[in-house]
Design a protein around this ligand. Structure first.
Ligand SMILES: Cc1cc2nc3c(=O)[nH]c(=O)nc-3n(C[C@H](O)[C@H](O)[C@H](O)COP(=O)(O)OP(=O)(O)OC[C@H]3O[C@@H](n4cnc5c(N)ncnc54)[C@H](O)[C@@H]3O)c2cc1C
Length: 426
């Protein structure tokens, strides 16, 4: 049976992208996006998107603008704190000429959300409602419920309800929908002791011969420095500098230590007048995944369902893979070639991808930075040895870079028949 209406909770990147993709389905689905905030979130978070996300941006019709205003980093390496280069990857191998390639692309998540919101405004049947905090799930978790209903608290203090065929929680790591589905503490996994400070900084690293991204291995001053805003003048390049911090420090303490940390760890030991800090934000980091991403007519996607640390850019890329999966499932239901049990396949498959790929890879990425002796890394770290080998072996390098496609899954294999065959019968 065709899907008539969907409520998406959360106007972050995953919720907005899902809305834009669902808006492509015919006949038109009524889509409402509800968000507790007053406007889009501007904090320094995702910047790097891997091939599965790029493929979905292309499907949504937004890749051209992302490639025009963002950029495709070429060289990524691992270094010691003294700057010594250990091993690296040349990503330009997947730059098959602008829009055709699926290569890693850098684009600030704030810009991505603004682009998605602008695109959504031009579509009929979609509304983004800000100042709308979901507070209760009234129905929908029982498989016999014909629809799902949530209660929303508006900024003016009034409550209202929204009913739809399906409700999809894209409401981030502190998801209310997840808490309403499973209780306040049921989010299996763990939180890292170490904390992460993320900054966007104008600084000249080119004078040290630094590449587009470096992961610096050190038990104390471990960090990532990635060019996220290239500029012809090296002093005007914006870099994302994300570094590890001690457990137990308050946000105020973390903020206060930033100038000292930069001076200790960055090449040239810069004082505050040698760079310009655009913004900084401390984060707790987690490895967590829900036991179910679907209960009745209520679903979860992206950070609401699973979290990982940010090293390696698997957080939102993994969330966007959920969005692509949901799109195929809803398309099948909508076209009458799948029943809604395909959403159970979504639940099982996306969780499996997190457990078998996202969690182990992202865990290894962060451990590599601070849980080994940098002087022994090339002898003991098998991953770095493979990266080193791939420097001289183009096919191995390509294979490593295309491995991200393993996150993808083709849900159309669960369709009874193809939408084209079904349409031809009418
Ligand atoms: C420092 C850092 C760097 C990162 N870098 C990368 C990267 O390079 N690549 C990558 O792939 N990932 C990266 N990530 C992860 C990425 O930023 C997240 O995975 C992504 O932002 C999650 O998007 P989302 O749409 O699921 O949730 P969010 O962006 O958190 O959006 C959730 C929305 O839900 C709304 N909401 C919350 N509660 C309610 C409620 N009760 N009612 C209504 N609305 C509600 C919020 O207001 C918010 O707008 C990084 C994360 C961090 C912290």
């Amino acid at each position: 049976m065709a899907v008539k209406s969907v409520v998406i909770v959360g106007a972050g990147p995953s919720g907005l992208l899902l809305a834009l993709l669902l808006a492509q389905l015919a006949p038109r689905i009524d889509i409402t996006i509800l968000d507790a905030a007053e406007t889009l979130n501007e904090s320094p978070r995702a910047t790097h998107y891997g091939p599965p996300a790029i493929q979905l941006f292309r499907k949504a019709g937004i890749l051209e603008e992302i490639r025009r205003d963002g950029y495709m980093p070429e060289r990524i390496c691992w270094r010691k704190l003294n700057g010594e280069r250990l091993a690296g990857i040349d990503r330009s191998l997947l730059h098959d000429g602008g829009l055709d390639g699926d290569g890693l692309t850098v684009y600030w998540v704030g810009r991505l959300c603004a682009l998605l919101e602008r695109e959504l405004k031009s579509r009929a049947g979609i509304s983004v409602q800000w100042d709308s905090k979901v507070v209760a799930l009234k129905s929908g978790v029982d498989s016999k419920d014909p629809t799902a209903t949530i209660e929303v608290e508006r900024a003016n203090g009034e409550n209202e309800t929204h009913t739809a065929d399906y409700i999809i929680g894209c409401d981030g790591g502190n998801s209310t929908i997840r808490r309403l589905m499973f209780g306040p503490r049921n989010f299996p996994g763990f939180s890292w002791d170490v904390q992460v400070m993320a900054t966007n900084t104008l600084i000249d690293f080119d004078q040290f011969g630094w590449e587009d991204t470096q992961f610096v291995i050190d038990p104390t001053h471990w960090f990532m420095a990635a060019r996220i805003g290239p500029h012809p003048d090296p002093k005007q390049n914006v870099w994302r500098i994300s570094y590890g911090e001690l457990p137990g420090l308050s946000n105020e303490e973390l903020m206060a230590r930033q100038e000292w940390k930069f001076e200790q760890m960055l090449p040239g030991n810069p004082k505050p007048d040698e760079y310009k800090l655009l913004n900084k934000s401390p984060y707790k980091v987690h490895q967590r995944c829900v036991e179910k991403m679907r209960v009745g007519r209520v679903l979860l996607a992206a950070d609401a369902a699973h979290l990982c640390n940010p090293f390696g850019g698997l957080g939102l890329t993994g969330g966007i893979v959920d969005v692509g999966g949901l799109l195929q499932c809803f398309e099948g239901i909508h076209q009458g070639v799948a029943d809604d049990s395909i959403l159970d396949v979504y639940c099982a498959t996306q969780r499996k991808k997190w457990h078998e790929l996202i969690n182990p890879i992202s865990t290894a990425n962060i451990r590599r930075l601070f849980q080994q002796d940098p002087d022994k890394a090339m002898e003991e770290d098998e991953y770095l040895q493979i990266i080193k080998k791939a420097e001289m072996d183009i096919s191995l390098s390509r294979e490593l870079q295309e491995a991200a496609n393993e996150l993808n899954y083709d849900y159309t294999q669960h369709y009874r028949t193809s939408p084209q065959v079904e349409r031809a019968k009418l």
